[in-house]
Design a protein around this ligand. Structure first.
Ligand SMILES: *[C@@H]1O[C@H](CO)[C@@H](O)[C@H](O)[C@H]1NC(C)=O
Ligand SMILES: *[C@@H]1O[C@H](CO)[C@@H](O)[C@H](O)[C@H]1NC(C)=O
Ligand SMILES: *[C@@H]1O[C@H](CO)[C@@H](O)[C@H](O)[C@H]1NC(C)=O
Length: 831
């Protein structure tokens, strides 16, 4: 999360747009063995299959949409709404689900619906921009039925909000010609008097916007209006939104504007017209499945550290991606990965300020892979208008920046060898497989099972283990989708999710572990176990969080065991792990305040704040897992605390992938503040990952890793010789968590990585280039004697003296790769 000092001051007036139907890659799946099980149509105390081969059944198609009064029906509107905010001060009175029409919105295209929509968002004493830092106790789903919602002022988003339109008949939000709003028809983080954002942009977690048409075309094209203002951080997404803007000469419209934050994920957006389709400035983001038509500039990249674009289509614009911000003497864009994309009928595909003498030296790093330029004269333009790469060609792979292959640095600009992509990770056209979060548009309310209806309370007090397990098994057995009504579901032993399960949360329902079962470090247990060892099949899970309450020394929050076929992998979308720092965790400021003034040893370390053993474990026999927008967060601060004060929570390991068959996708994942490492690949292979993002725990090296987690050989834990390194007069602590560690693994392909170490002992003194980047000695560890075929594009680091460590040898001194606040290697590859 950390508050960037690089808050861009940005005033660009931007616009763009025109849209088309978004193509969602949801595979049709077969219904095979499952139908055999259908004969047991009487549910008893069935405990779920242990090793059956299930695949997701095909939806029961609704009647044809034409002339059908039910064509727009959507289960989310129709089901009984019984989510509760367990840790709200008034759980029985607080309303989670809000239909804007219940608050007086007309959706008739003529009434100003902004006041009613804003009432739907704000009612219930929710966490408002400007007066509340953050909160998890006032969650909301704000639902829009089909209609045209005219607005004369901004829709103001609150904390912890899912704003969801009907995906079968997208609602339109349309500002009146004399729209009097602020920055954004939907302003997700409005500026306050005094010029500060309503929420700290790097602390805006847990929110979504999906299924809308945002139509700016009634507003004069000369007006600089913005569709969505979205300075946000992790666990946020925008999905399936069409931005319609003027394409008249001189248009000042823009679709999305982001100037700060630490994102984030977006998918399936279209932009028609506009001066800029979108303007983006943020530490990092993963964006895929965007279509831009008839914009002046499709994407204006204002600033970044790292960014991953996949599946972008740009047509009939003047410039596709403009990353020349700041110019050659002060480039503000650190790095961009741009893959599996097409730019057509656009004179300049990608505009950069990169050149032989551009500054900072490693800024403007760019990697292209599998990109087509059709009727594009200049594919990549460099500083001073120089053509760096001709257009009108298919580009297998090309890049510019610094390379280590694996030795370096070399300055390069030109063709590079593309990743030798394993077929199992691909879909048509050689592109990496993608699959958007299922919204179950074609299902009806009777296809859903409510966890609360089945007896799980979600009240944050009752032991829901048995009821939740039964509800999960019942839904899987009945071939229905489990709706996890908003709530906090206390579990005191492992919840097993069998193959064939589909589970959807509501504004991030929480499965919260508690008690002795999860509190033995020598006998760790999964809180949520997806499939048993050796079980085949797949699952679809979305929109919920797995957490722990109090001391849970042996809790592995999610264990993934299923062997899923490459054609039908399991998917986790917006499924997050959150350890500490929220109401109900008993791991807040009161219990686990940061203690920088105390030297922490094994004898005075707060054992009660050891809250997890591991975030996600992908076990050795597991395969076929698609992760998208998943955040594994050990809290560094208390979300409920008005001052967002820092806390010290110990959680052992972040994401461990030991899958020997692999076939794992990680789109927009991040792992933060685990003690030993954030990502570790061990005896693993066949991984697509981009953009990955990590942070080292803020307390380290007080105490140093591995305290309080003893070495476990079976997990291939890193060893931390307790030493310091020196470089001249600089003293650098070695025993800090790895951001990324790769051991005995192959075919690991990282398309963008931000590995950050901002703090030592809660001080940021160590993380600046002038001071030598001395928070830790190195952050990316490759044990090359047993690892091969590793590619990392755009490795961005903060606070680490050396960027690489291969077989115990450090290399890539930060000062060889300066890039503003970060240090950047565009291309790292093992021999
Ligand atoms: C919108 O606001 C403008 C400016 O205040 C006003 O002139 C116009 O009448 C309003 N339109 C509607 C429909 O409320
Ligand atoms: C291309 O975009 C311009 C606006 O910039 C528009 O006027 C023109 O109609 C578009 N051409 C096509 C073929 O869509
Ligand atoms: C941590 O920082 C504090 C100042 O905030 C200092 O007093 C203390 O000595 C430091 N402790 C260690 C172990 O570095």
């Amino acid at each position: 999360m950390w508050k960037s000092t690089l808050l861009a001051t940005v005033l660009a007036a931007i616009s763009g747009t025109q849209a088309q139907h978004v193509h969602l890659q949801i595979p049709e799946v077969a219904q095979d063995v499952h139908s055999m099980l259908q004969k047991f149509n009487q549910y008893t105390d069935y405990n779920g299959p242990s090793s059956t081969y299930w695949q997701h059944p095909s939806p029961k198609p609704k009647p044809h949409k034409m002339n059908n009064p039910h064509a727009c029906d959507y289960w989310m509107e129709d089901i009984k709404h019984q989510g509760i905010a367990a840790f709200n001060s008034d759980p029985s009175g607080y309303q989670v689900f809000r239909n804007v029409k219940d608050f007086g919105a007309k959706g008739d295209g003529v009434t100003d619906d902004a006041p009613a929509i804003n009432a739907a968002i704000s009612s219930g004493g929710r966490c408002a921009p400007g007066s509340c830092g953050s909160s998890t106790t006032t969650p909301a789903v704000v639902y829009f039925p089909p209609g045209v919602y005219a607005v004369n002022s901004s829709i103001i988003d609150y904390y912890y909000t899912q704003i969801i339109g009907n995906p079968n008949c997208l609602p339109t939000i349309r500002p009146f010609p004399l729209f009097q709003g602020g920055l954004g028809v939907i302003d997700a983080n409005p500026y306050q008097p005094g010029g500060v954002l309503g929420f700290g942009a790097t602390n805006v977690f847990f929110r979504q916007l999906r299924n809308f048409i945002i139509d700016l075309t009634l507003v004069p094209h000369t007006s600089s209006i913005t569709g969505v203002h979205w300075p946000t951080a992790q666990a946020t997404s925008i999905q399936n939104v069409q931005f319609k803007m003027s394409s008249a000469p001189g248009t000042q419209h823009q679709g999305i504007f982001i100037e700060s934050g630490s994102g984030g994920f977006m998918t399936d957006l279209t932009f028609d017209g506009g001066l800029n389709g979108a303007a983006f400035g943020n530490q990092q983001f993963t964006m895929r499945g965007f279509t831009f038509r008839n914009c002046v500039t499709a994407i204006s990249q204002i600033w970044d550290w790292g960014w991953t674009y996949q599946g972008i289509s740009i047509d009939n614009c003047s410039v596709g991606l403009d990353m020349s911000s700041g110019g050659p003497s002060a480039q503000s864009v650190g790095s961009v990965v741009f893959i599996d994309s097409t730019i057509s009928n656009t004179p300049v595909g990608i505009k950069t300020a990169y050149g032989p003498n551009s500054q900072p030296p490693a800024a403007g790093s760019l990697i292209l892979e599998n990109v087509d330029f059709n009727n594009v004269q200049i594919a990549v333009q460099g500083a001073n208008g120089v053509t760096a790469l001709q257009g009108n060609q298919h580009v297998a792979a090309w890049g510019e920046g610094h390379s280590y292959t694996p030795t370096g640095p070399n300055n390069f600009q030109g063709t590079i060898t593309p990743v030798n992509r394993p077929a199992s990770l691909l879909q048509g056209g050689g592109r990496y497989y993608t699959r958007s979060k299922p919204q179950y548009e074609d299902y009806r309310k009777q296809d859903f099972v409510s966890a609360r209806q089945r007896g799980a309370t979600g009240d944050g007090r009752t032991d829901d283990t048995a009821a939740l397990q039964k509800a999960i098994d019942f839904a899987a057995f009945k071939n229905r989708i489990l709706f996890l009504d908003h709530g906090d579901y206390i579990v005191t032993s492992t919840i097993n999710i069998p193959a064939g399960s589909r589970i959807v949360g509501e504004s991030y329902s929480v499965i919260l572990s508690q008690g002795a079962f999860f509190n033995d470090m020598s006998n760790p247990k999964p809180v949520v176990q997806i499939g048993r060892r050796g079980e085949t099949g797949s699952v679809e899970l979305s929109d919920f969080i797995v957490s722990t309450q109090g001391q849970q020394e042996g809790a592995t929050l999610i264990e993934y065991n299923l062997e899923s076929s490459a054609g039908s992998p399991s998917g986790l979308w917006d499924v997050h792990v959150r350890v500490g720092g929220f109401a109900g965790s008993n791991l807040q400021y009161a219990q686990c305040p940061s203690r920088p003034g105390t030297t922490i040893t094994s004898s005075n370390l707060k054992q009660s704040c050891i809250a997890a053993y591991m975030g996600l474990h992908i076990t050795s026999s597991a395969s076929g897992l698609y992760l998208e927008n998943t955040w594994f967060w050990t809290a560094d601060h208390d979300i409920e605390d008005p001052g967002l004060r820092q806390i010290t929570i110990y959680a052992g390991r972040g994401l461990l992938d030991q899958s020997t068959a692999g076939t794992i996708w990680m789109y927009g994942t991040s792992v933060e503040h685990f003690t030993l490492y954030q990502y570790q690949f061990s005896n693993a292979k066949n991984v697509f990952a981009g953009q990955i993002q990590t942070e080292t725990p803020y307390y380290q090296p007080n105490p140093s890793a591995p305290l309080p987690f003893p070495y476990v050989a079976a997990l291939n834990d890193p060893k931390f010789p307790d030493k310091t390194a020196t470089d001249g007069s600089l003293v650098i602590p070695d025993a800090n968590a790895w951001g990324l560690r790769i051991v005995a693994s192959s075919a690991i392909y990282v398309y963008g990585a931000g590995l950050y170490s901002f703090f030592n002992n809660y001080s940021t003194m160590c993380s600046n280039q002038g001071g030598g980047e001395i928070c830790q000695n190195s952050i990316l560890d490759i044990e090359k004697s047993s690892s091969s075929d590793i590619t990392v594009y755009n490795l961005n680091t903060v606070g680490t003296h050396y960027m690489l460590e291969i077989n115990g040898q450090v290399s890539a001194l930060y000062s060889q790769n300066l890039d503003g606040f970060v240090d950047t290697i565009a291309l790292f590859r093992t021999a």
